[in-house]
Design a protein around this ligand. Sequence first.
Ligand SMILES: C[S@@+](CC[C@H](N)C(=O)[O-])C[C@H]1O[C@@H](n2cnc3c(N)ncnc32)[C@H](O)[C@@H]1O
Length: 301
Amino acid sequence: MFSYRHAFHAGNHADVLKHATLVCLLRYLTQKETALSVIDTHAGAGLYRLDGDQAHTSGEAEEGIFKLLGGTNLKTGSKGALIDDYLAVLREFNPPPKTGSPMHKLRNYPGSPLIAEKLLRPQDRLNLFEVHPTDQRLLRGLVAQRDRHQIIRLKMDDGFAGVKPLVPPPSRRGLLVCDPSYEIKSDYGKVVDMLGLALTRFATGCALIWHPIVARPEAHDLPRKLKNTAARAGKPWLYASLSVKSGQSNARGVPVGLSGSGVFVVNPPFVLAPALKEALPLMVNAMAQDEHAGFVLETGQ
Ligand SMILES: C[S@@+](CC[C@H](N)C(=O)[O-])C[C@H]1O[C@@H](n2cnc3c(N)ncnc32)[C@H](O)[C@@H]1O
């Protein structure tokens, strides 16, 4: 049984990078009238309380989204297009204060399924996969209440295996979002295989893959393997990573929290690289925990 629960990690620096990138992709891909099909292979619970026990226990949002905001107030000045668009989506999940109040508190943090639902249109489709029974139940309850619930299909199946029958989508416009918890080592290989298969069947589709920066060979090799997979398919890619601190372990050799993460995008829209180029230094500046904080932004074909 899986032990990973995203509620302990919601709003951390990895979510900031992943979800800001996701918002940029969805905003761009929904500009054309033709239907967009989104596949979220590892959906999570959908919505998280940042003032609840799980978030407080981990304190990860304190070191992530709250540092980006410089507090709990969602009413911040401009931080550039990519971050502003992401914060605009967070505002949608946090009711505005009474008129005149200078505070607009961030309490609810949307996960990838609700971010997608918020930005998709009636003609689009959202396919969600989640295997954890508790998170699946929570997500099912949320989906039922959403305005766009008719466009959503939620399955309690393996997201890696669920991709094949869904690509290519009938409209030939799609975004694959793959965000495993990498609890099991085999996830790294499955991500690469799944991307290879998706590109074989649907070479023009866009894909967003998240990965943690952790001290294990599979994690280290993953960006290179993803780049090779995209290159073999002759498709352009973008890789961005954000580190907030040194990846060192404590005296007992136990890694102290997640130091960084990366997003790999295949067939990135032209707006993504300049938007990240502006946003990444701001993210590093806001969320750095030591002098090892930094970012990488690469593109290739
Ligand atoms: C990192 S969380 C997802 C967070 C979510 N994508 C977001 O951004 O809000 C990973 C989720 O994948 C689920 N999971 C693990 N293995 C899976 C699999 N093979 N298929 C579908 N879901 C899986 C876990 O239960 C967990 O909820």
